[in-house]
Every structure is written in structure tokens, then in C-alpha cells.
Design a protein around this ligand. Structure first.
Ligand SMILES: *[C@@H]1O[C@H](CO)[C@@H](O)[C@H](O)[C@H]1NC(C)=O
Ligand SMILES: *[C@@H]1O[C@H](CO)[C@@H](O)[C@H](O)[C@H]1NC(C)=O
Length: 414
């Protein structure tokens, strides 16, 4: 609980919190991790409204840190005491709150910490996207819901380390109240029905967004958070829900700006508010927004699940080379990987251990496409427990020699 004198003290920070995107641009700046990459708050002549010039967002997702996907992180899931459980919700319900809290607190510190951030820097990465669940705000969790407690303390410490190192930080409401998709552990639960698309849960999500935005603008550790995503991967295509666009997005946008008005955050320092782009298939996200200032758009590009793409090496390279992922406004390819369809992933032709040349080339083709058509990219994910199969792990792909340690050496195969 903040005391009023602390509130006065931290109000000073409010005007220096920022909504910038990386703006300067030379590879030298990337390599040095200098403030030239991301201008320091309040620095003369920097305008946080700038979108990146020639420099690009190059980042990784922190998957399975605050929200697990058990299939991709099975040994860590087991080490967290959750083997056999479908999701955080199931694990906490079945193992008991206190045991789960102890186990999850150990997981957070062990799974991704300062050592990882240093490694990311050594690979020239400049951005992290952090998937978060609504249960981080513990007062939102009702008595029928079960989630680990204590996550905010580690998040705060962690974003402090990331800010110290100059990372651009995107926070993402990845697990929405009620679950935005069925049977998807990325929501933090394994729900039989979606419960998100109604006023009760929209309002809980908005309460969460107001809470985290206030924290971002009043807590020094969060000074490098430039973007907040309203909800990750809502229902799409045949299942798309109109109230997401006509109720949730406009109300969430207004609520965030009201918090910023109240904190007197100056106009250049407001957060970018991100929504899934229209390529996701939930419709035009800004259809019902009166104001679209500092909006940004998230594209998830997984060839693995796009059945319209012919499954061959040549087709993957040529499709990536001509891939235009820009839409709606400033866009980021916020999730993508080197994963291929289930029915071919274990075949010789697509084997990660013998087809490094192909995967290396395809990585470069995707980087080329996303950097040409958007502000840049965030790979899914930083680390996994899939062993030698590096197709979902940036860290493992670098270790396998498929991704170069120095991204500035990458050349386009297109
Ligand atoms: C990060 O976690 C790993 C794995 O538990 C550990 O080996 C390493 O020492 C930790 N790094 C720091 C800085 O605590
Ligand atoms: C903003 O400030 C006004 C005036 O102090 C207050 O009435 C209102 O509840 C605040 N809104 C939010 C969302 O904090």
C-alpha cells in the first residue's frame, strides 16, 4: 500500500515515464547498448512519439515465466510441482495455494532472470514482451479462481533489471479474466467455455489495465515499458466477438488515458496501446475508437498453423520473403517461431538436427520480412524445455548456430 508521502515522491517519476519506441538506429548503438538506442527520459531533443527510424524492434517473448504453457516447458512445469496439471489454475487448485505460491516464486527466479537478460544483450536483442495474467492483481481473483500469488514483486524486480539494461518492454494481458479462448493454457486456465466476453470480465480486465498503467507511470523500475497490449489472441475468424471491438477496446483505451490524465503524464510520454491487428481475424481493432493516438498493432505469424502455405522449404522462404505484415498502423510481429506443421515436424526433411541451413535461411527471411514491413519482431519464445529442438527457442537456436549471435551480420536470402 502506498503512503501519501510516497505518492508525492513518486509523482516526480510520472513525467519521466515514457512511451517511446526505439528511435536511433545504428548497429553500433545496438552493439554498445548505449542510450543512443533508446534516448534517455527527458533528454533534450528526443520526442517519445517517434517510431523507430532505421532501427528495429528485435525481441523475445518471456513465455512460461508468468504464464506457463506446459507442453513447451515440461521439465520446468514439473519442477514447479505441476506435473500432470493443465494450467496454473488447475495446479494451484489441486496442489493448494501455499505450496503453489512457494513453488511459483522459486520458478520465477530460476526460469528467467538477470543472467538471461545479459545473454539477450549479448545477442543484440533490444526488446522483451512479457505475457501476464489478470491474477497478478490479486484482488481481482474471486473465490472460485486459483492462481499463484506474489508475481508482482518479481515482475517489478525483473523489469527494473531490464530497464537498467536498456530493453524496450511490452507488457501484454495474456491471460484475461474468464479466459479469452477455450482449452488454452496461455490463458492461465483450461476452460471449457470462454468467459471473457461480457461486461463483468471486460470490466475486470479494464481494472487490471488501470492498475498496471498506474504502476508503470509511478514506479521507476517500469520506466522502459513503452507499450501495453489490451488482450492477447482473442477469439478470431468464425468465432470473433463484436463486443471486443465495440465495448472492450474503446473502454480500455479511454480508461488508460484517464489514468494518464490523472497522473498528468505528458502527451509524448503516454503508453502505446496495442491490440491484435486485423490480420489476427477479430476485425478492425480501432473500428469503434474515437481516438487512435499512440495505438499499435500486434501480428502473430505462425506458419505451423497457416494451412494456406504450401509446406516445402522453397515455399516457406519465398512466402516469408514477400510477407507483408503491416496493417492498421504501427505494427510489430509480436509472435513467430521456426515451428512447422505437426505432420512434418518430425520428418527428415524438416529435422532440426540436419536442416540447420534451411532453418537459418528461414529465420533470416522472416527477419527480413518483418523488419521491412513492420517496426520489428518478438520471437516466441526465449527458452523452452524442448531440448535440441530449437524451433520454439531463441536461446537454443543461437546455441545450435541457426541464429547468429550477432544479428547485425544477418543477410537476407530474399
Ligand atoms: C538465474 O537462474 C539460473 C537457473 O536457476 C541460475 O543458474 C543463475 O545463477 C541465476 N542468475 C542470477 C543472476 O541469479
Ligand atoms: C481521476 O481523477 C478524478 C478526480 O480526482 C477522480 O474522480 C477519478 O476517479 C479518477 N479516475 C481514475 C480512473 O482514477
Amino acid at each position: 500500500m502506498l503512503t501519501s508521502s510516497l505518492l508525492v515522491a513518486i509523482a516526480a517519476f510520472a513525467s519521466s515515464a515514457q512511451a517511446w519506441l526505439p528511435s536511433d538506429a545504428s548497429n553500433a548503438a545496438v552493439n554498445k547498448r548505449s542510450l543512443g538506442l533508446f534516448p534517455a527520459p527527458g533528454q533534450e531533443g528526443t520526442d517519445k512519439r517517434w517510431l523507430p527510424g532505421s532501427d528495429k524492434i528485435r525481441g523475445v517473448n518471456l513465455g512460461s515465466l508468468f504464464i506457463f504453457e506446459p507442453w513447451i516447458s515440461s521439465s520446468e512445469w514439473a519442477a514447479t510441482g505441476c506435473e500432470g496439471q493443465n494450467s496454473e489454475f488447475d495446479c494451484v487448485m489441486n496442489k493448494g495455494q501455499d505450496t503453489a505460491d512457494t513453488n511459483f516464486q522459486a520458478h520465477w527466479r530460476r526460469f528467467i532472470n538477470e543472467t538471461d537478460l545479459n545473454e539477450m544483450i549479448s545477442y543484440n536483442l533490444n526488446t522483451i514482451r512479457i505475457p501476464l495474467g489478470y491474477w497478478l492483481k490479486e484482488s481481482l481473483v474471486d473465490s472460485s479462481e486459483h492462481f499463484p500469488k506474489g508475481g508482482l514483486d518479481y515482475l517489478t524486480e525483473f523489469v527494473g533489471w531490464a530497464s537498467d539494461r536498456g530493453f524496450y518492454i511490452i507488457l501484454d494481458l495474456h491471460g484475461a479474466p474468464g479466459a479469452q479462448q477455450t482449452k488454452q493454457p496461455f490463458t492461465g486456465q483450461y476452460a471449457d467455455t470462454v468467459g471473457f466476453y461480457n461486461d463483468y470480465n471486460y470490466n475486470r480486465a479494464i481494472e487490471w489495465l488501470e492498475w498496471i498503467v498506474d504502476i508503470v507511470h509511478t514506479t521507476d523500475e517500469y520506466r522502459n515499458v513503452g507499450m501495453i497490449e489490451l488482450v492477447n489472441e482473442p477469439l478470431n475468424w468464425d468465432n470473433a466477438v463484436g463486443t471486443l471491438r465495440d465495448t472492450f477496446y474503446p473502454n480500455a483505451y479511454k480508461a488508460i488515458r484517464t489514468i494518464e490524465d490523472n497522473l498528468s503524464v505528458n502527451s509524448a510520454d503516454r503508453l502505446h496501446i496495442q491490440m491484435m491487428s486485423s490480420l489476427w481475424g477479430s476485425g478492425n481493432p480501432v473500428e469503434h475508437l474515437d481516438d487512435t493516438t499512440f495505438t499499435a498493432f500486434d501480428d502473430h505469424r505462425y506458419f505451423k498453423w497457416d494451412t494456406s502455405i504450401e509446406v516445402s522449404h522453397d515455399s516457406y522462404i519465398s512466402t516469408s520473403c514477400s510477407d507483408d505484415r503491416n496493417s492498421d498502423g504501427p505494427s510489430i510481429v509480436g509472435e513467430w517461431s521456426l515451428a512447422v506443421p505437426d505432420d512434418v515436424e518430425s520428418t527428415d526433411e524438416w529435422s532440426p538436427s540436419t536442416q540447420q541451413d534451411f532453418y537459418s535461411k528461414w529465420f533470416a527471411a522472416q527477419v527480413h520480412a518483418y523488419e521491412s514491413s513492420t517496426l520489428g519482431w518478438v520471437f516466441w519464445s526465449w527458452t523452452t524445455d524442448l531440448g535440441d529442438d530449437y524451433r520454439w527457442s531463441y536461446k537454443a537456436a543461437v546455441e545450435a548456430g541457426v541464429i547468429p549471435t550477432d544479428l547485425s551480420t544477418i543477410s537476407s536470402p530474399c
